[in-house]
Design a protein around this ligand. Sequence first.
Ligand code: PEP
Length: 235
Amino acid sequence: MIIAANLKTNLTRVQTGEYIANLETFLQTSGVKQDVYIFPAISSLDSFQTSACVGAQNCYPTKNGAFTGEIGVDHLDEFGIKTILIGHSERRHILGETKEQIAAKFEYFKKLGYTIVYCVGEPLEKREAGEAVMMEYIDAQYKGIDTAYEKLIIAYEPVWAIGTGLTPSSEDIKNIHTKLKEKSNAPLLYGGSVKVNNAKEIMALENVDGVLVGSAALHVEDFAQMIADAQHLES
Ligand code: PEP
């Protein structure tokens, strides 16, 4: 299974180093065999010694240049980073990234052979408008995206569940994941208020290939517990 931590705008470089060192101790001593991804804040990236895959939460689709406030591929290359998160709801809704910009970013990093964790998910008003409206909204997020890209991982993250403590029912997650699997064979993660007390139940659902965890992953013990839960489900 894939267990991914989105650390968002949290943990300094020193704190991230400690976090990853603690996680690595767990990975080495527990012997778990899961695919673990960590997305630190951009300024906390470093050459970490870890068996987990360290990715970037964002990068401008450029090698370098005049894009004030952004980073380019040169900055990721410095740390050997070849994995990127694209389409996260906070970038879509707070930072105003458009579908077109997201699709262009996807294409750019695909050409460079990056592993792409691509996030999709509906806001509350779309969910409340009924399944047809909700699916139409999510369908549009697949437009311009190569769903057959071999290094693609998709994360279904309902916007209303992110950071709110709310989650869809297991039945709802199962249903939507089944529909999304018809659009792409890529591994499909669930994200949105995954916590230590619900991760195992969610990961056990059909068509759930792992989880993308935000706030609960900030506690390395909790994140490690979720990795152990994934291992347990597979053994
Ligand atoms: C996320 O931001 O990707 C996320 C899933 O956040 P949280 O777990 O805090 O809801």
